[in-house]
Design a protein around this ligand. Sequence first.
Ligand code: FES
Ligand SMILES: [Fe+2]
Length: 346
Amino acid sequence: MNFRDFWYVVAASKDLTKDKPASAQVLGEWLALFRGADSKAVALEDRCLHRCARLSKGTIREGRLQCAYHGWVYDGEGRVVHVPSEGPNNAKAADNKMYSFRRARTFAVCEVDDYVYVRLADSPAEELKPFPIPYYKAEGWASIRLKNLFKNNVTNCVENFVDIPHTAFVHPRIFRVTKNEKLTARVERRSGSVVVSYRNERANLGWFSRFLNPGGREITHTDSFHMPNVTSVDYIFGENRRFIITSQSVPLTDCETLVYTDLTYNYGMWNLLARPIIRRQAQTIIDQDVEILGDQMEAIKRYGSRFANTEADVIHVFIESIRAELERGADPRLLPDKTVEIEFWV
Ligand code: FES
Ligand SMILES: [Fe+2]
């Protein structure tokens, strides 16, 4: 099992049209995406077989992709079905044995929850599924989608998304303020996931608390990481209010990660009214993380990533252990289950 066995978001379904190809990157692979004749999403290696022009710069006609350089035409299976310089008779090219080597590399594609996912491995160790976005389009629930480029790797991004101590410093007031309150949590590593259950968390959620939890109700807060790249931050306020942030961190290269964030919540009549405010606040918070994580990567490039850990960092150490297993081609679900109680102050 390794990183290439998993599904990664490469586009929002609505952004993949029948008019123009799109480009994407996953784990250093360049992809040209388009909708084939049957409207199905197609992912080709973003390199023309002829002279290596980028296929994503081409055009789409009738579900076929035409390279912008000399006009070679590819179908939804990556087969070259027309080569203009070979004259009108080469329409048969796809059936002709002589041309059978003319087939671009394709990758498996699927669409779930209005995302287009690509898997790089042809024959993965096992058939895995994309992580389902909780309550996506469920009745009574609203969702907001954001996409942001982080100049850092997936490990540091996912750690940031489930890191509480940084919030009071990077997002002062908007998210949390330093109050020297003690938080306790149980951190469990099992089956390729890390689940953090917080106790005695009060309404120290800065600006958000006034909207999220106006009555100051008891908060059930659970953060989790799911291999290889998904985090979930889940707040339950009282009986019928819940706010879930699902982040999918897609590795473009070793130091660039494209993060797709879904904010899903059930706030009754506020579902629509609060939408622009939630979107703006969430984007402000993410912008602050983009900046600090960009700086972190610069320092790591110069000095390497030797980290010093506190008790609150057990969460990160568990996440790193799971990602390290995948890095060496092993199945993280075989790591022994571990549970640790931690306490820290915010
Ligand atoms: S490089 Fe694509 S047709 Fe020549
Ligand atoms: Fe943050």
